[in-house]
Design a protein around this ligand. Structure first.
Ligand SMILES: [Zn+2]
Length: 143
């Protein structure tokens, strides 16, 4: 996906609004080596724009899996649903952590579709990194 120019002031506001963490897997910037990316909730290729209301923060892993997708299949109902919108929806209403803190549990059709599309609970690299965060007491986040 082509990168688009986001003014520095907007970049800063989005990072602050997102609490400097990925809107999908909640990985905080302080624990991710790569810079978290400003992502388009509705991709430019699907009619999205650079308005702040269409921007949020995502880790490179989630942003890569999301790519230009906006919908997914709820594997329980087989219905097509919109992916989680981290700007307008509340994470804890759609997801929660497993007791061991490694995987994200889906609570809603939106949550189930988003976990599947973004591989929130089955990316082996993410699971390994999270396991070390759990050992260090850094994960899962409390909110
Ligand atoms: Zn992420």
């Amino acid at each position: 996906m082509a990168r688009s120019y986001i003014p520095v002031a907007i970049d800063r506001r989005v990072r602050t609004a997102a609490q400097n963490r990925c809107g999908y897997c909640l990985s905080p910037q302080r624990l991710v080596m790569a810079r978290l990316e400003i992502e388009h909730i509705i991709p430019i290729s699907k009619g999205g724009n650079n308005d702040e209301s269409n921007l949020w923060l995502a880790c490179p892993l989630c942003n890569g899996y999301k790519s230009d997708k906006t919908i997914g299949i709820d594997l329980e109902t087989r219905e097509t649903v919109k992916l989680f919108n981290p700007r307008n929806q509340v994470w804890s209403e759609h997801f929660c952590w497993t007791e061991d803190g490694l995987r994200i549990v889906r609570k809603t059709p939106t949550g189930r579709a988003t976990v599947a599309v973004l591989h929130l609970s089955d990316d082996p690299d993410a699971l390994e990194v999270r396991s070390y965060w759990v050992l260090a007491g850094w994960h899962p986040p409390e909110d």
